[in-house]
Design a binder for this molecule. Structure first.
Ligand SMILES: NC(=O)c1ccc[n+]([C@@H]2O[C@H](COP(=O)([O-])OP(=O)(O)OC[C@H]3O[C@@H](n4cnc5c(N)ncnc54)[C@H](OP(=O)(O)O)[C@@H]3O)[C@@H](O)[C@H]2O)c1
Length: 366
């Protein structure tokens, strides 16, 4: 409907963080979806001001973040670190933009809805601060599938272990993983003695930041910041977000989040228990019918999702579906999704498009 409005009367979009890992995917997503936007304004830090980026086939100059950059903006997508979003999203909202924020800054705010369009789309209208939050990528990897099953059988317990890609830590994470892989390439002497990988990397690269330990030839059971009692912010975030999105405040959740040496696409091993009896066949059928979920589940033929096979795709992929042997009403699943696309950019763009659909009467009147 919006595309019938002349471009000059269509909503103006600001993309804040256009130069980052999520922002770069956002540029591609915006270029390939139905074009509902008038001007698209690209914004980043002063470091990137003046750079030219391609969106919808047009070279667009990056502007530095400022109050004035939000003048005339209808929707602002924020893909910046949490502290930057915490400071600037309210500024954009005060200047009249509906903000869709991808950071952790507002996800726990009771006055900010946490939205996944396939699960709780109506929440976009419940935005007293003018801000809508998008969940963390570990939550987004599994929530479409869980939402479809919760709808039919009522999820009561969720035990999840994530295998999260380096790009979840942004451009810096991707660079670091590539540097580490280069440093260990061909080193058949590594991986035999405690600490040998760490020593080889610190000789050539120094500390393993942004990760808590070496990532090449390793896995790291620490994603996010310390949240007390041994938990990380990512793990408690998954718990809080699953409850908020599903509207299930009593849902029992326990998550362990692990970083793995994959560039992009997160995986989650899910143990989901339901109030109602559920069979694998019923669960599979519900997921086949769910928009944005693809079932890839024929393990005898070695058909199951892996990050390397699904990266760059829009849907959530579900495989290894099994009835838990010792737990009633419980299904085990292995779920993969592109963390930059399904786990960030696409969810924000889909939220923004819902907001635009609501704005159409306002836009056509102006
Ligand atoms: N990566 C994921 O898988 C993922 C998934 C879900 C949510 N998120 C969230 O999305 C946000 C962006 O993540 P990312 O992975 O894209 O990070 P990133 O690759 O580090 O990119 C950060 C972006 O923020 C901009 N920025 C940093 N400081 C700024 C400032 N003071 N003023 C204006 N712009 C500033 C950067 O601009 P410059 O280039 O100019 O520095 C860059 O465009 C984060 O809050 C992250 O938690 C990420």
């Amino acid at each position: 409907m919006t595309s019938r409005i002349p471009r000059e009367a269509r909503p103006t979009l600001a993309l804040v963080g256009a130069t980052g890992a999520v922002g770069s995917v956002m540029l591609r997503v915006l270029s390939h979806r139905a074009d509902v936007w008038g001007e698209i304004r690209l914004v980043a830090s002063p470091r990137s001001a003046g750079r030219t980026l391609l969106v919808r086939g047009e070279d667009t100059v990056v502007q530095p973040l400022s109050e004035e950059v939000f003048d005339g903006v209808d929707v602002a997508l924020f893909d910046v670190p949490g502290d930057v979003a915490a400071q600037w999203a309210p500024v954009a909202a005060d200047r009249g933009a509906v903000v869709v924020d991808n950071s952790a800054a507002f996800r726990a705010d009771p006055d900010v809805p946490l939205v996944v369009p396939q699960v709780n789309p109506a929440q976009i209208r419940n935005r007293p601060r003018g801000i809508i939050a998008s969940p963390t990528c570990a939550t987004l990897t599994m929530i479409d599938a869980l939402g479809a099953l919760h709808h039919g059988w009522q999820l009561t317990e969720l035990v999840a272990a994530s295998y999260q890609a380096a790009s979840g830590a942004g451009r810096e994470g991707v660079e670091r993983l590539h540097d580490e892989l280069e440093a260990v390439a061909g080193r058949r002497d590594l991986g035999h003695q405690a600490g040998d990988v760490r020593a080889a990397l610190s000789d050539t690269l120094g500390e393993s930041l942004p990760f808590a330990a070496p990532l090449a030839l390793n896995v790291v059971p620490w994603v996010g910041d310390s949240a007390g009692d041994g938990w990380t912010s990512e793990e408690l975030g998954v718990r809080h977000e699953a409850r908020k999105i599903l509207g299930a405040p009593d849902l029992r959740v326990s998550a362990t989040c692990v970083r793995v040496p994959v560039v992009t696409a997160h995986s989650v091993s899910v143990h989901a228990t339901f109030a109602q009896p559920i069979t694998v066949a019923e669960a599979r059928q519900a997921l086949v019918e769910a928009p944005s979920v693809v079932v890839l589940d024929d393990p005898e033929q070695r058909e199951f999702p892996t990050p390397a096979d699904i990266v760059g795709s829009d849907p959530t992929f579900v495989g290894r579906m099994r009835q838990a042997v010792d737990f009633p009403n419980t299904i085990e699943m292995f779920i993969c999704a592109d963390n930059l696309r399904r786990g960030a950019a696409l969810n924000s763009v889909e939220i923004a498009e819902l907001v635009v659909a609501d704005l159409v009467p306002v836009l056509t009147a102006r």
